[in-house]
Design a protein around this ligand. Sequence first.
Ligand SMILES: Nc1ncnc2c1ncn2[C@@H]1O[C@H](COP(=O)(O)OP(=O)(O)OP(=O)(O)O)[C@@H](O)[C@H]1O
Length: 258
Amino acid sequence: MLRLDHATVTYANGLTALHPTSLAFRPGEFTVLLGASGAGKSTLLRCLNGLVTPTAGDVIADGLGSIVSDRRARRRHRRRTGMVFQQHHLIGRLSALDNVLTGRLAAHGFFRSLFPLPRADRRLALAALDRVGILDRALERADRLSGGQQQRVGIARAMAQEPTLVLADEPVASLDPGSAERVLGDLHRICREDGITAIVSLHQVALARRFADRVIALSHGRVVHDGRPEQLGARLLDVIYDTPPADTPPVPLVAAAE
Ligand SMILES: Nc1ncnc2c1ncn2[C@@H]1O[C@H](COP(=O)(O)OP(=O)(O)OP(=O)(O)O)[C@@H](O)[C@H]1O
């Protein structure tokens, strides 16, 4: 179980992006984080792998203890945590396969990773590409693949790490609706099959309804909802997305003539 214990993040400019937050993530659960832009989703995700250090409170990883105060625990936790980003951070001139193989580097020591990786790693990387349906593009340069295919490579790279936890920050935000659904569907299926805990930030409420076991919604750095996706009604969505009440006069689109 991964836990935030009163975790708080105040950035150097004085902005509190995450107010004291306590949450526990159950193994194998697919959690979606929802919230308007700037609500604190990325900050929360980054706390969960130690990329952002809480200014107060703690992050406790299963069997390892605090990843905030213990560097070794943080390193071990990261090794078993796969990250998927909106901008896939692929190396364009490398093949899809070589990009996926970079996910295996953390499994080896620094000196070992300077030499060609063992065959077993290549097999694992090819299997990961197969699971996201693009084995036939394994030798293609990453920058010649479509956006959806590139994100599949990003997912395969995270899976090649053999993680127990996947953190995905808006993994399908730059894809068209059809590709977004297929790519998120792949991520969801693989996490389910392998019992991987997933915490995924999304902007698309429909995808949260479709795939989430649990939805956590943030607004201005606070959790405003933690529950089942079926509970996402119109009223709650108004709170999450700061929609003004229906009787608020509309803002004029064009300034009135002087
Ligand atoms: N390094 C930083 N220094 C100062 N402020 C930051 C920093 N990173 C994020 N913020 C601010 O913290 C708040 C929360 O940002 P965060 O990126 O966590 O939100 P988000 O919900 O992920 O937004 P989006 O959906 O747009 O990615 C925002 O007001 C943002 O401007």
